[in-house]
Design a protein around this ligand. Structure first.
Ligand SMILES: Cc1cc2nc3c(=O)[nH]c(=O)nc-3n(C[C@H](O)[C@H](O)[C@H](O)COP(=O)(O)O)c2cc1C
Length: 358
């Protein structure tokens, strides 16, 4: 593994980072999709990046993850990598966010790197092919055995969703179709996308309640989580938690992108005015703090998925220590390399053995 790590950081990454991030992403998704369709591709990736150590599987809300590391929403937004991610040390993937209608996203460039600050500036605006196409693909291609499939839903980034009624209807359509098709081991309602028409509109408790009421009418046997903002103060965050528990959500993902450009290590790497949320390192401590406060406030009977700034196995352990049941990541894989998931899994195995848990 040290060879693969060095090869990525000193060889491949400096080349990749010379190109436009969205183009690099598209190439990787194409290659990953193609590898995932071939036994030889899956086997090769498994040999290089798979986790083959002691059993560290975890069952959360009745769903078993072979490792507690999940690819966060936004990387595999059209569900094209569900054939390969299990070979890269992931226990699950959250596809999407998908929306009721196909959406081109915001005008490019909409993805920038802040290299020194280990962050991506994300202004995608929920580009995706829409829920119908994603369901069709998942029905045709299936999911690698043992890989948990989460589906994140959001509202289409268009004027039709600018009214409360239109926005709620958008989520409801996707949620209804996914449940009817039986696609998804769990669902996440993305209430905190910062880059859409009307802004982060479901972090307002009154609007959130209308959405939760409508979603509650759709029969669903899979766990339901909400993707939380990390740029709210605790009082506002707590109100959202109260509502989610009142409407019997199983847990939360903490959380989404950071909107505060002052949290970049190098402020100059960010635009002068808001043009997208920050991923990676600037998310690390705000999300970990919120994981800890949520655990303290909600007790053990509420799932918390820690997400934001997991760039190393130590960062992952910090999230678990704060009370996370699982972790999600994207930026760590991009900045550190595809060996990161295996490294985290090995650290979890070592910890469990040291604690005499297995
Ligand atoms: C390119 C990109 C696109 C994203 N799109 C979504 C999305 O569609 N839905 C969502 O809930 N989060 C989205 N996110 C946020 C991530 O899921 C995650 O919350 C955030 O990146 C923090 O994790 P990280 O520091 O490991 O990257 C996106 C992030 C990135 C980098």
């Amino acid at each position: 593994m040290p060879f693969l790590k060095t090869a990525y950081k000193k060889g491949l990454k400096p080349i990749l980072f010379k190109f436009d991030p969205e183009q690099v992403h598209n190439v990787f998704v194409g290659v990953g999709e193609s590898l995932g369709k071939r036994e030889a591709g899956r086997r090769l990736m498994g040999l290089m990046y798979g986790y083959h150590g002691p059993d560290i599987s975890r069952t959360v809300d009745g769903v078993t993850y072979k490792t507690p590391v999940v690819l966060a929403a936004g990387f595999d937004y059209n569900a094209r990598l569900t054939g390969i991610l299990g070979s890269l040390g992931f226990g699950g993937v959250e596809v999407g966010s998908v929306t009721a209608y196909p959406c081109e996203g915001n005008v490019p460039p909409r993805l920038r790197r802040a290299v020194e600050s280990k962050s991506l500036i994300v202004y995608k605006g929920l580009k995706n092919e829409g829920v119908d196409k994603v369901i069709e693909r998942l029905e045709e291609e299936g999911v690698q055995p043992g890989l948990v499939l989460g589906v994140s839903i959001a509202m289409t980034n268009a004027e039709s969703s600018a009214t409360l009624e239109g926005a709620v209807d958008d989520y409801v359509q996707s949620f209804r179709k996914l449940n009817a098709a039986g696609i998804g081991d769990y669902y996440t309602v993305n209430i905190s996308c910062p880059n859409v028409y009307g802004g982060e509109s479901f972090t307002d408790p009154q609007r959130l309640e209308v959405l939760l009421e409508a979603l509650g009418e759709i029969p669903c046997s899979a766990p339901r989580y909400a993707k939380m903002p990390i740029s709210l103060d605790w009082e506002a965050f707590r109100q959202l938690l109260d509502l989610l528990r009142q409407y019997e959500f199983d847990g939360v993902i903490v959380g989404n992108l950071n909107k505060d450009y002052d949290s970049l290590d190098v402020r100059e790497e960010g635009p002068d005015e808001y043009r997208g949320g920050l991923s990676g390192k600037p998310c690390r401590s705000p999300s970990t703090e919120l994981v800890a406060r949520t655990r303290e406030y909600c007790g053990d009977d509420f799932t918390i998925i820690g997400c934001g700034g997991v760039m190393s196995a130590e960062d992952a352990m910090e999230k678990f220590d704060a009370g996370a049941d699982l972790i999600q990541l994207i930026s760590g894989m991009i900045f550190e390399g595809p060996h990161l998931m295996k490294e985290i899994a090995q650290a979890v195995a070592e910890r469990e053995q040291a604690d005499g848990k297995r």
